[in-house]
Design a binder for this molecule. Structure first.
Ligand SMILES: *Cc1c(COP(=O)(O)O)cnc(C)c1O
Length: 333
C-alpha cells in the first residue's frame, strides 16, 4: 500500500527503533528522565524559548498552551479552519472553560489585520475579553500553507502593546521552516507559547513539545499531570524525537520535492503546493478513493469533491510515481 492519507502514518525506522531501545530513562514525573529533559531543552533552544514540556499529542500541547495564556471565561481568537477549533474535540470549552471565536480566512492564510479587528478588550464588565490569538503554521486545512513571516511579525508587534498573547500551533512548523528558509528561532520568537509535533513529518510514533517561559512550563507540567499526561520512563519516546531532529528534519525537503513532482504529474498547479500536501479538486472523492485503494493507493477524502495527498518519509520517489500512475489513469477515466 502507498499511504498518502497523512504524514502521521509513518512507522519508526530501524535506526529510530534502535535509538529508542538504547535510550537512557528515568521517571519523568519526578523529572528524572534524562532523554526527555534533553529533548525538552534542545527543542526549547531551537525555538529560542526558555523551556519545553514533552506531551503525548499536539492536541494536548495546544490546549495546555492556550490555557496558559487565557483564563476560563476569556476567549482565544483564531481562524475558522484552525486545528484547535476543528479537530480538538472542543477541548478549550469542554476542559478549560475557554471561549473561542473564529474569523473566516482564505484557506487558513493568516491575516493579522482581520484578527486584530475582532479583538475585544479585557477587563470590561460586559464583553468577553480576548486573551490570546492562536495561529497555525503550516496550516492543515489550508493544505500545508506557510504563513507569511510579515503577517506573523505584524501580529506579534501589535500583540505586545495590546496585552494579547500569541499561541503557535506549530504541528508542522518544521515544514514551514524548510519551505521558507525562516529559522525555527524566528518563528519561536513570534509566539508566547508554541506546540510542535514530532509525529507528523518527523516520523516518530508519538510526541509533541510545548514551548514557553520556564514559569509557564512549570504550570504546564501541572496541567499535563492533571490531564493524565504525566509519563514515566518516556525517554524511549523522547529518543525517537531526538533521532528525528538529527535524521528526519534534514530530509524533510524531499517530501516537498515529492509533492511538487506529484502535483506536476497530476496536473495540479505546483505553485499551489507549498509543502507536503497536494489537493485534487472537482473530483468524485469517494469513487476516486475507492478505486485508488483497490490499486494500492490510499488517499484522504476531505470533502465529497476534494482529495488530499500527503507526502512523507515512508513513500519514496518510486512510490510517488506509482501513485501518480494509478491516479492519472483514474482521473483520465
Ligand atoms: C496533527 C495536528 C495537531 C495535533 O494533533 P494530534 O493528533 O493531537 O497530535 C495540531 N495541529 C495541527 C495543525 C495538526 O495538523
Amino acid at each position: 500500500m502507498i499511504d498518502l492519507r497523512s504524514d502521521t502514518v509513518t512507522r519508526p525506522t530501524d535506526g529510530m527503533r534502535k535509538a529508542m531501545a538504547e535510550a537512557e530513562v528515568g521517571d519523568d514525573v519526578y523529572a528524572e528522565d534524562p532523554t526527555t529533559r534533553e529533548l525538552e531543552e534542545r527543542t526549547a533552544e531551537l525555538f529560542g524559548h526558555e523551556a519545553g514540556l514533552f506531551v503525548p499529542s499536539g492536541t494536548m500541547g495546544n490546549q495546555i498552551g492556550m490555557r496558559l495564556v487565557a483564563e476560563p471565561g476569556q476567549e482565544v481568537l483564531c481562524d475558522a479552519d484552525a486545528h484547535v477549533v476543528t479537530y480538538e474535540m472542543g477541548a478549550a470549552a469542554a476542559i478549560f472553560g475557554l471561549s473561542t471565536r473564529t474569523v473566516v480566512s482564505d484557506r487558513g492564510l493568516l491575516d493579522a489585520d482581520a484578527l486584530i479587528a475582532q479583538v475585544r478588550p479585557q477587563g470590561d464588565s460586559y464583553l468577553t475579553g480576548t486573551a490570546a490569538i492562536a495561529v497555525e503554521n503550516t496550516h492543515n486545512r489550508g493544505f500545508g500553507r506557510v504563513q507569511p513571516l510579515g503577517e506573523l511579525q505584524k501580529l506579534w508587534d501589535w500583540s505586545r502593546g495590546a496585552g494579547v498573547a500569541v499561541h503557535l500551533d506549530g504541528a508542522r512548523i518544521w515544514n514551514a521552516h524548510v519551505a521558507s528558509g525562516v529559522d525555527l528561532a524566528t518563528y519561536g520568537r513570534l509566539a508566547d507559547t508554541a506546540s510542535v509535533c514530532f509525529s507528523k513529518g518527523l516520523g516518530t510514533p508519538v510526541g509533541s513539545v510545548l514551548l514557553g517561559s520556564a514559569q509557564r512550563m512549570a504550570t504546564a507540567r501541572l496541567w499535563r499531570k492533571r490531564l493524565g499526561g504525566g509519563m514515566r520512563q518516556v525517554g524511549v519516546l523522547a529518543a525517537a524525537c531526538l533521532y528525528a531532529l538529527d535524521h528526519h528534519l534534514p530530509r524533510l525537503g524531499e517530501d516537498h520535492e515529492n509533492a511538487q513532482h506529484l502535483a506536476e504529474r497530476l496536473g495540479v498547479d505546483p505553485a499551489s503546493v507549498e509543502t507536503n500536501m497536494v489537493v485534487l479538486d472537482d473530483v468524485e472523492a469517494p469513487v476516486l478513493a475507492e478505486a485508488a485503494k483497490a490499486q494500492g493507493v490510499l488517499v484522504s477524502q476531505v470533502s465529497p469533491s476534494r482529495v488530499r495527498l500527503v507526502t512523507h518519509l515512508d513513500v519514496d520517489r518510486t512510490g510517488i510515481d506509482r501513485a501518480a500512475d494509478v491516479l492519472t489513469e483514474l482521473l483520465d477515466r
